[in-house]
Design a protein around this ligand. Sequence first.
Ligand code: UT7
Length: 327
Amino acid sequence: MPAIPPNVRGAVITGWGSALPLKVITNHDLEQTIDTSHDWIVDRTGIHQRHVGGSTVGLSVESGRATLEMSGVELSSIDALVLATTTPDRVVPASAATVQHQLGLSCGAYDVNAACSGFVYALVQAHGMIAMGAKKVLVIGTDTLARITDWTDRNTAILFADGSAAVVLEAVEGHGQLLGWDLDADGAAEKFLYSEVGGLIQMDGKEVFRRAVRIMVDSATKSMNHAGITADEVALVVPHQANIRIIQASLDRLGLPMEKTALVLHRTGNTSSASIPLALADALDNGRVKKGDLVLLVGFGAGMTAASAVLRWGGTTADGADPAVLP
Ligand code: UT7
């Protein structure tokens, strides 16, 4: 992917929010139904529990509403809603259209399916819309994978779950937060992770694992190169929450310490399109990001897609100036 041209109108994130279904399934619960153990799941994945339930529209409305409230933007000023999801509630229309209506928005609304990389794909697209004149864009990542998970298959039932998180992007004067990005896909690898329409997830876990580390490292490196930064300058990494061993192996190769990682995997499981924004929202809620920090988002997913982005939090310029949000 090319580097961002100079002088495009940028954006900053001014609000965020998340939603998880109330129902929790622990590893001990899974021990009752499939041949597995809490210790095995924790050791091989890092997951302790996952939330399941709700619909993609319902969770998106909840996280979207919280995000809009936090940012304080007028509903009528939102120019577009992009919903990253692999599990829309219907084939047609896009779940985003229903979410738009339920949130009281009047703007374009569409779904993006890039599997677990979907949120970063949507975020990059939203920056593109802002460069083309939009001023405020709501980006949501939601998945309800429990509906397409075979709960008798210990290969996948231990991993997948439901959740949603969102951000509002607002246009700023001059360069915003996005310094570099990369999107990738390799359709030849689709056989390793897929679900037919109306079917359940089929996965070759070992092959996905092997490729995941490689493509996360490759994508993150490209984004950092485009941004003109090195790994040691990154303050926070927000990786796709798939498996703690994938995260560890990728960060090792990138030369990034685990202390710099946003993690919610232990309590959420793999929520696909929601995984990166859920971890980002958690880190923000816990005050782990300050103005000017460099944040690296990086994910991979079915397709096999990969996506990454380097953000300078708040869009603060190198000399410390604060870009003004456009009305
Ligand atoms: O968003 C992307 C989504 N997908 C992924 O991220 C998947 C990436 N892959 C993975 O996360 C891992 O490959 C898994 C967690 C799915 C599996 O872990 P693994 O370390 O690759 O396990 P394995 O398939 O090599 O199995 C190791 C052993 C085997 O026993 P033996 O042959 O050594 O006696 C399996 O039969 O563990 C056994 N096993 C289990 N035991 C308890 C496999 N699954 C389980 C289980 N509980 N759920």
